[in-house]
Design a protein. Sequence first.
Length: 275
Amino acid sequence: MLYENNIPRPFRARLLIGAAKMLEGYYQHKLVFSIYGDNLNAYPADFLSDYAYACIMVLMPNTSMEIFELAAKNRMLSPRSNGLHASPAKVFKDADVRNTYTYQEVWEIMQSNNNYYLRSRILGSLLPLVSTWNVQTAGLNSGRSLCVIVPDPLISKNNNSIGITIMIEFNVNNQSYDDFLKEKRNTFPIVEQTKRIIGSHEYDIMIFEDMEKYQNMGGARGYCIATRAEYKSKSNSGIEIPLAFNDILEEGLHYYKLSDFFQQDKSRYKHCLFG
């Protein structure tokens, strides 16, 4: 067993979490995985339960539930036999893509380890950000949602500033992918189209040009990149990152309650189209 200062790492993780050092305790578990492997079935159920509790404390409820369920399976028990399993289970609210949601309900910006992210649990999306970028988001309406990201401008070799705008559309209204592509081809003046495999995932890449726009910068050029993501039962675990509770300056005992979370509409969410 891995030790630090004569204390076993798993026990040290429990001590840190009990001392309200949630992130430090969580990363003690991750260190064990980095050394002994990430096959969770190889670890004792008690260790998995401790890890699941750590995930609750760093605001990763989906991951926590999956780990609790695995620990219960290894013990041949029901997950409900562990009272902590109910804590994250209570915070989920099922989303229905036929409903309308505000941008605050669909999107959240968060910071973890000095990195910034834009996340949507309803859409199952996690996008990395830079702190100097401008971000605008829209809610979910008629099965569609948008986010607009404006990165820092590029500087050309002639020392001209070139602005870039990234607009991402999420479509979960069960439109066919071919119709989605046709819609984009009718929207943009496409001059070239190709397919590319990136990380075993296929993308349709359409290059468009409009020389009538932004003539002072040589016209408008851009890419329309489209793909689709099939629904997976663990997709919301994949977008969870460890977060610290907000610091509280007052002394004394404090209680934290997990906020409610929306989750994807399992009954209707078949695939998400991105453009």
